[in-house]
Design a protein around this ligand. Structure first.
Ligand code: PMT
Length: 318
C-alpha cells in the first residue's frame, strides 16, 4: 500500500460528534479583535501552533494520553516571526513553553537563580539580575516589551485534542479573510488517536479485582485537508512531520503534501529536531542544519521568504 493511501478520514464527523468546548466561545472575541487590529496595520499574520495535545480517558479526567512536545519549536519560532514584522496568534498547550519567558522556564535553573539580593544602602535589600545574565535578559526583555507595546502577540491555550481542533478551525476561519497574507505554521504535536465521547467513562476508571485496561482508540480525522480546502483556502499552510525513523521522513513528508495539497512540510527526526529539519515542497527539498545556536534563526526567515513568494503568486493569479 502506498504511504498516502493510509491517510484516510474516519466515517464520522469529529465536529458534530464532539461538543464545541467553552474555550472556543471564550477566546473568539479576543481573536476577532486581534485580527481586526492587525489588518488595520497591514501586518502579515501567522498562526503558530505549539506543544502536545492530550487525549482524556475519562470525562472527569484523571488519566490521559499525551503527545510529546515541550513547545520549544513553536515558542522560539513565534519570537522570530515577531522580529520579522509578523503578528502572531500563538495557540499552545497550556503550560508549555511561551515566547520570551521560555528563556527562563523549564530549565534546570530555577528563574530565581538568575537573580540575587543586594544591599540597597538604606538598611534594606534590593533584587538584582546577576551580571553574567544581564545582557541576554535585557535583550529578551526589550523584545518582550516591544511585542506587548505593539500588540503583536496573542496567546491562546488548549489542553485536549478536541479543544485544539475546534480552536484551530475557529482561528483559521477568522484568518481566512486575510487571504494569502495569512500563514499557518502547525508545529503542535497532534494526537492521531482519541476516545470519542460516547466511549468515554464519565468517572475514574476503576482498577479493582486486577482488571486490565484495554484501550480501543479511534483515529482523529485528518484536519489538514479541511484546512486547505475549506477553513483558510488562500492561506499558506506549513505542517510539520515528526518521525523517529530516518528512512520514513522524506516519504512521509511527500505523502502529506500529496494528500493534503498544502504548500510546505517541514520534516524532523525526534532526536535531531533541534539541529536539522528538511523543507519539502512539491518541486524541492532543502535541509537546514545548525551545530549550535537556534535552528529557527535560519528556518523562520526561510519560511517567510516562501510565504512572500506564495502571496505574490496568489495575488497575481486573481
Ligand atoms: O516542541 P519541541 O520539543 O520543540 O518539538 C517540536 C516538534 C517535534 C513537536 C515539531 O517540530 C513537530 O514535528 N510537530 C509536528 C508533530 C506531529 O504532529 O507530527 P505528526 O507526524 O504526528 O503529524 C504530521 C502532520 O499531520 C501535522 O503537521 C498535523 O498538521 C497533521 N495531522 C496530524 C493529526 C491529525 N489528526 N490530522 C493531521 O492533519
Amino acid at each position: 500500500m502506498a504511504l498516502h493511501d493510509r491517510i484516510s478520514d474516519p466515517p464520522t464527523d469529529f465536529f458534530t460528534d464532539n461538543k464545541s468546548p467553552d474555550s472556543v466561545h471564550i477566546w473568539n472575541p479576543q481573536i476577532t479583535s486581534f485580527i481586526a487590529t492587525q489588518v488595520a496595520k497591514h501586518r502579515p499574520m501567522v498562526l503558530v501552533t505549539s506543544g502536545g495535545t492530550i487525549v482524556p480517558l475519562e470525562k472527569n479526567t484523571v488519566r490521559f494520553l499525551d503527545n510529546f512536545s515541550a513547545g520549544t519549536r513553536g515558542a522560539c519560532s513565534a519570537e522570530h516571526f515577531i522580529r520579522n514584522g509578523y503578528a502572531v496568534i500563538f495557540l499552545h498547550r497550556q503550560f508549555s513553553l511561551l515566547p520570551y519567558s521560555r528563556h527562563y522556564s523549564h530549565s534546570t535553573h530555577c528563574f530565581l537563580d538568575f537573580m540575587d539580593l543586594e544591599d540597597d544602602g538604606a538598611g534594606g535589600l534590593r533584587t538584582v539580575i546577576l551580571a553574567q545574565y544581564e545582557e541576554e535578559m535585557r535583550s529578551v526583555l526589550k523584545e518582550y516589551k516591544r511585542a506587548k507595546q505593539e500588540n503583536s502577540l496573542l496567546v491562546v491555550s488548549f489542553i485536549t485534542v478536541t479543544e485544539y481542533l475546534f480552536l484551530l478551525r475557529d482561528i483559521a476561519q477568522c484568518m481566512a479573510p486575510l487571504g494569502s497574507n495569512a500563514l499557518l505554521y502547525l508545529a503542535a504535536a497532534v494526537s492521531d488517536f482519541h476516545l470519542p465521547p460516547d466511549k468515554m467513562s464519565l468517572h475514574k476508571i476503576q482498577s479493582h479485582g486486577g482488571r486490565r485496561l484495554v484501550l480501543d482508540l479511534e483515529p482523529v480525522p485528518k484536519f489538514l485537508r479541511k484546512l486547505v480546502e475549506h477553513w483558510a483556502p488562500q492561506a499558506m499552510i506549513v505542517s510539520f512531520k515528526l518521525e523517529t525513523e530516518e528512512r520514513l521522513l522524506i516519504p512521509k513528508c511527500r505523502a502529506a503534501l500529496k494528500s493534503y495539497g498544502h504548500q510546505l512540510v517541514i520534516g524532523n527526526l525526534l532526536d535531531r529536531r533541534k539541529y536539522e529539519v528538511i523543507l519539502v515542497q512539491q518541486d524541492s527539498e532543502r535541509w537546514i542544519r545548525v551545530s549550535d545556536g537556534e535552528l529557527e534563526d535560519i528556518l523562520v526567515p526561510e519560511v517567510i521568504e516562501r510565504h512572500k513568494r506564495w502571496a505574490v503568486k496568489m495575488k497575481s493569479s486573481i
